[in-house]
Design a protein around this ligand. Structure first.
Ligand code: OGA
Ligand code: MN
Length: 299
C-alpha cells in the first residue's frame, strides 16, 4: 500500500514567489501571490506539483475572461468540450470548452446546468472512455449562502478500507453511469432509466493507479446506476454501499465556500465532489473547463 503524501500544515513558498497553504484537511490548498493571467514557467511548475500533492487548489481574487480561463487551463493539457447543456444548448458562443454551471434563467431558459438543487457526489464525465483528468471552476456570481462545494480524497478512501474489503474488490471493474448528471437531470440524447445492468455507461477499473503519482485510488465516480462488472445486482449494490460508506466520511472531505473571483482546480482521478443546494431565487454563475486525461484509467 502506498501512503498519502506527507502534507505539512504550514505554508511553503517556492522560488516562483507564490505560497501554497494547505487547508489542514485531507485535501485542498490555497495558492496565494499569483495572477493566473500572468504565470511564469516556474510558477506553473509549482502549481502543477501542488495540485498533485493536494488534489484541489483554490486561487482567490482572480479576474479572468473566458479566454484567460481557457489559456490557464490549457497549460495542463488539451481541453475537453463541455457536455451539452440540459436544455440541449451548447454553452458559451465561440467557446465550446466552457461549461456553465448556473441556476440563472434568461427568458425562462437556464443559461447553465445543475440548477439550484444539490449536486450529489460524483467525478466529472467518468461515463466517457477517457474521462477528463481535471476540472476548473471560476466563480462569477455566488449566492449569499449555500452552494458550497465539497471534495473528498479517494487515495485516503482506498487506504481506509479494511484489508479484507480491499482483497474482495481487487481486479473488479465498475460501471460509471451516463444517464444522469449530478443534479439528477437526464443527459442530452439519453432516455431516463434506472437499471444499472442496462443503463448507458463505461466500465473502469475500481482501483486504478493514478497515472502521475502511481498511487491506488478508489474510483467510484457516482452511485446512481453503478454496477460492479460480473456481479449479480444485489451483490453489487451491497458491496457498493459498503465502499461508499468509506468514500465520503468527514475525515476525507474538505469544502469551500465560494467567493466571486475564486478559481478551484481539482483532480478528477483521485477526488469526487458534491454541492449543497441554495436559494433558487439567488444567482450563482460559475464557468468550468475540463482538461483531457492523457490515459484511460488503468489498474
Ligand atoms: C461541476 C460541479 C459543482 C458546483 O461543475 O462539475 O459539479 O459547485 N459543480 O456547482
Ligand atoms: Mn462536477
Amino acid at each position: 500500500m502506498n501512503a498519502s503524501p506527507p502534507r505539512s500544515r504550514s505554508a511553503s513558498s517556492s522560488a516562483a514567489g507564490l505560497q501554497i497553504i494547505p487547508t489542514g484537511a485531507a485535501l485542498g490548498a490555497d495558492v496565494q501571490g499569483v495572477d493566473l493571467r500572468r504565470l511564469s514557467g516556474d510558477a506553473f511548475a509549482a502549481i502543477h506539483r501542488a495540485w498533485l500533492d493536494h488534489l484541489v487548489l483554490r486561487f482567490r481574487g482572480q479576474q479572468l475572461t473566458d479566454e484567460d480561463l481557457i489559456a490557464f487551463s490549457r497549460r495542463f493539457g488539451a481541453l475537453d468540450c463541455a457536455p451539452v447543456q440540459e436544455t440541449g444548448r451548447r454553452f458559451v458562443e465561440g467557446h465550446p470548452e466552457i461549461y456553465v454551471v448556473s441556476n440563472v434563467l434568461v427568458d425562462g431558459v437556464p443559461i447553465g446546468s445543475l440548477g439550484a438543487g444539490e449536486a450529489v457526489w460524483h467525478t466529472d464525465m467518468s461515463y466517457q472512455e477517457d474521462p477528463p483528468k481535471a476540472s476548473m471552476l471560476y466563480a462569477l456570481e455566488v449566492p449569499p449562502a449555500g452552494g458550497n462545494t465539497y471534495f473528498c480524497n479517494m487515495y485516503r478512501a482506498y487506504e481506509a478500507l479494511p484489508e479484507g474489503l480491499r482483497q474482495r474488490i481487487a481486479g473488479l471493474t465498475l460501471k460509471h453511469d451516463g444517464t444522469y448528471n449530478s443534479g439528477g437531470y437526464v443527459r442530452q440524447g439519453v432516455t431516463a432509466q434506472d437499471d444499472p445492468l442496462t443503463s448507458p455507461g463505461v466500465y473502469h477499473p475500481l482501483v486504478p493507479r493514478h497515472p502521475e503519482t502511481g498511487k491506488c485510488v478508489l474510483y467510484l465516480g457516482r452511485r446512481r446506476n453503478a454496477h460492479l462488472g460480473g456481479l449479480p445486482l444485489a451483490e453489487s449494490e451491497a458491496l457498493l454501499d459498503e465502499l461508499w460508506s468509506y468514500a465520503t466520511r468527514d475525515e476525507v472531505v474538505w469544502h469551500t465556500e465560494w467567493q466571486v473571483g475564486d478559481v478551484v482546480l481539482w483532480d478528477n482521478r483521485c477526488t469526487m465532489h458534491r454541492r449543497d443546494p441554495f436559494d433558487a431565487q439567488a444567482r450563482r454563475i460559475l464557468h468550468r473547463t475540463q482538461i483531457k486525461g492523457e490515459t484511460r484509467p488503468e489498474a
